[in-house]
Write a protein that binds this ligand. Structure first.
Ligand code: BGC
Length: 753
């Protein structure tokens, strides 16, 4: 009995001392306390200097926590297609680590082209796991700037021309990444729709276009996706730089959308302390990025939100209200990331990650044309296969700017094709042309030697001879990640394919009628040879599994189901920004040499307003080369007649449209049912139709499924700039359902009371 009492009191003693210990734990470390209380406690313990230190970088990609209090540093990383390799503390040079290679996922255009929200979640989760494993807290992506011109060098990092598609596709990515305790930083907020003059331009856009076209993906990212951070852009809006912009950051983001997260500047996008303090920026990165050559001992202390800020506070010129708000936001972020004890550990380059990359690649590839069902390749007939074109052998994960990666491996298209077909067919390669032989970005080398001294004629002759002597020709070309192509910092110089590829393709089409053209690019290109070529695949940049995904679609192992996330105009002038706008800036200012530096910025006016992409082509009846939403399959589908559950709705109602989709062909495949809404009579100009719903349906041969879409008046509304609110005008509307913006299969009318 006595013994038992002794044991009980020993336990009581241990428990009491454990609790006492726990009680002495400061509130900011006490996980049982509400986060907002922990934040207040941490804030109350911090000195002025510690608070200011938190607001700016301490190295290229990290910012300090509070060392004295044990609040960890934040480590950021690009983004958005894989985790960037480590660079030096203060320089852009490679740190030379040997454990920082990763899996590269398909570029965001490819993800968007899957039109499959599940793929987006898988992408985010896998990428977030790699970021977590690499001990990163903030992933600098995804990018959701709208595709306004095919010349934008960074379109491959974005999700296309439609605000609805982009909004729906970006949210699961964010949730997937953040499920790892790693924040996303949705970028670049806002209006960074071209690379040329990105540091030296002021964008003029009307409020309707701003709210209907350019803002929705950001709004979805922060309100539905709850992205814990957002990155400001480089360009100016209303003559103020976006990363320190009263209208974008305070009025819209933080007030209208009630954003509680952290605004991170783009790297080097800040240039004014007062504006950075007052206009909503929370965390400054990349100032003095030119090798820290500001001429001071510690350039980080001279960031706009560093010593200059501290001096203003100490001189009593600014208060500490903004400072506390910024630090509060950073601490909130810390509790979700660095100080989150419940986050998973992550993992890297798992078989699952490889499978995710391959599947997204397969689902994102778009079969643009397939005359005579040239694809998939019939191995009973194709005994000799010729693979031609530089992109069949060129590494694409190195280059393109900040999204450049150091990969564990990248399967090249030629290798993927050989692996898939090599046992049954004789696969031969010829280059056909020489384009870009470079292969280095920021110290990461592709390790390829692509030098070829032969003349253009020699290369072409070799390719044509091979094509003639083969049963089947696969041309793999397109763009690449070198400057002035699909690459950050510059725009493309022209809409056509570079390196005389048009000529090569035409010559191959003459040599062999069994020709499939595979375009590797993140942008639309002109196709003057389209009538000569029976089959075209748009393959994007597909990352580590590129060659395997392409081969799988060529062989028909995967049935293509990708749909274009942007319009391919026939010619550049058919695009609204080029026909109406003054790309790359206002003509007179361009002629006067404006845009050369920040003292002489150039104006870019979005004259086309809301008429971007298919909204322009459809309304103006300008036939595109390939329309938004287009993409073929190896099987065929039939849409039934759409039905609505009501014919008249009032403002508070929802309406549901139902349509059947049937696989009428011989292969299992997937079709994307796309719902567009057309306002039949409006008092303001409206696009002919706008995407308001989509669903990917997987069907076996002969199988039929019902797809339904429920919308409410938000899908009928336009942004009334004068009233600054969304308005749905009573009257007649039409729901148009099809499998591309230019292939509407069934329509149903309804009325809004
Ligand atoms: C790019 C960002 C990128 C950052 C850090 C900037 O130049 O615009 O997208 O995240 O650099 O590398």
């Amino acid at each position: 009995m006595l013994k038992k009492t002794a044991i009980v009191s020993l336990f009581t003693f241990i428990a009491a001392s454990y609790m006492a210990q726990n009680h002495t734990q400061p509130v900011y470390l006490d996980e049982s306390k509400p986060v907002e209380q922990r934040i207040q406690d941490a804030l109350s313990r911090m000195t002025l200097e510690e608070k200011v230190a938190m607001l700016h970088a301490q190295s290229k990609f990290s910012s300090p926590g509070v060392p004295r209090l044990g609040i960890p540093e934040f480590w950021t990383t690009d983004g958005p297609h894989g985790v960037r390799p480590e660079v030096m503390w203060d320089e852009w040079d490679q740190a030379g680590w040997t454990n920082d290679s990763i899996i590269a996922y398909p570029a965001l255009t490819a993800l968007s082209a899957t039109w499959n929200k599940k793929m987006s979640w898988n992408y985010g989760k896998a990428l977030g796991e790699e970021a977590r494993y690499r001990k990163k807290d903030i992933l600098l992506g995804p990018g959701v700037n709208i595709y306004r011109t095919p010349l934008n060098g960074r379109n491959f990092e974005y999700m296309g021309e439609d605000p609805y598609l982009t909004s729906k596709m970006v949210v699961p990515y964010i949730k997937g990444v953040q499920s790892n305790g790693v924040a996303t930083s949705v970028k670049h907020f806002a209006l960074n729709n071209q690379e040329m003059f990105r540091h030296t331009s002021n964008v003029n856009v009307d409020d309707r276009a701003l709210y209907e076209i350019y803002l929705p993906p950001f709004k979805a990212a922060v309100t539905e996706g709850d992205s814990w951070t957002i990155m400001g852009a480089y360009d100016m809006y209303k003559n103020q730089y976006a990363s320190q912009n009263q209208y974008l950051l305070n009025d819209i983001l933080k007030k209208e959308w009630n954003y509680k997260g952290v605004v991170v500047s783009d790297w080097g996008a800040v240039n004014n302390t007062e504006q950075a303090i007052h206009n909503g920026l929370d965390l400054e990165f990349g100032s003095w990025t030119n090798g820290l050559s500001a001429g001071t001992k510690n350039a980080y202390d001279n960031y706009y939100l560093a010593k200059p800020y501290l001096d203003l506070i100490k001189a009593g010129k600014v208060g500490t209200q903004e400072l506390d708000d910024k630090v509060t936001r950073l601490l909130r972020l810390a509790y979700k990331t660095t100080m989150n004890r419940n986050k998973p550990f992550g993992n890297i380059a798992s078989e699952e990650h490889k499978a995710v990359a391959k599947e997204i690649g397969e689902e994102g590839i778009v079969l643009l044309k397939n005359q005579g069902n040239i694809l998939p390749i019939d191995l009973n007939k194709a005994k000799k296969i010729a693979v031609i074109g530089e992109n069949a052998i060129k590494i694409m994960t190195v280059g393109g700017g900040s999204s450049s990666l150091k990969v564990k491996y990248e399967t090249l298209p030629l290798d993927g094709i050989k692996a898939r077909f090599g046992k049954q067919a004789d696969v031969q390669y010829a280059r056909g042309y020489v384009g870009d032989i470079g292969g280095e970005y920021n110290g990461v080398k592709s390790g390829q030697n692509l030098k070829d001294e032969r003349s253009a004629d020699e290369l072409l002759n070799e390719a044509v001879t091979l094509a003639k002597n083969s049963d089947y020709v696969i041309f793999v070309g397109g763009l690449n990640k070198s400057d002035f192509q699909d690459s950050e910092g510059n725009d493309r110089k022209s809409y056509g394919l570079p390196y005389n590829q048009d000529h090569v393709i035409s010559a191959l089409a003459k040599a062999n009628k069994n020709l499939a053209v595979v375009l590797v690019s993140g942008n639309a290109v002109a196709m003057p040879w389209i009538k000569e070529v029976p089959s075209v695949l748009q393959s994007w940049y597909l990352g580590s599994e590129a060659g395997n995904s392409i081969a799988s679609v060529l062989a028909g192992d995967a049935n293509p189901s990708g749909k274009l996330p942007f319009t391919f105009p026939v010619k550049l002038e058919d695009n609204s920004a080029h026909q109406l706008g003054e790309y790359p800036g206002q003509k007179d200012e361009l002629a006067a040499g404006k845009g050369k530096d920040q003292k002489n910025p150039i104006n870019i006016t979005y004259n086309e307003s809301i008429f971007v992409g298919y909204r322009w082509h459809d309304t103006k009846k300008i036939k595109p080369l390939f329309s938004f939403g287009h993409g073929l399959s190896y099987t065929t589908f039939e849409f039934g007649k759409a039905k609505a559950d009501k014919t008249v709705i009032s403002a508070g109602d929802t309406i549901t449209f139902t349509v059947s989709v049937k696989n009428t062909g011989k292969k299992t495949g997937a079709e994307v049912a796309q719902l567009y809404i057309s306002d039949l009579k409006a008092s303001v100009p409206r696009p002919a139709k706008e995407l308001k719903g989509f669903e990917k349906v997987y069907l076996n041969p002969g199988e039929q499924k019902e797809v339904s879409f429920t919308i409410d008046k938000t899908a009928l509304s336009y942004f009334d700039a004068e009233k600054h609110e969304w308005t749905a005008e009573p009257g007649d509307f039409e729901a148009q359902i099809g499998n591309s913006s230019d292939a509407i299969k069934t329509k149903v009318k309804f009325t809004l009371k």
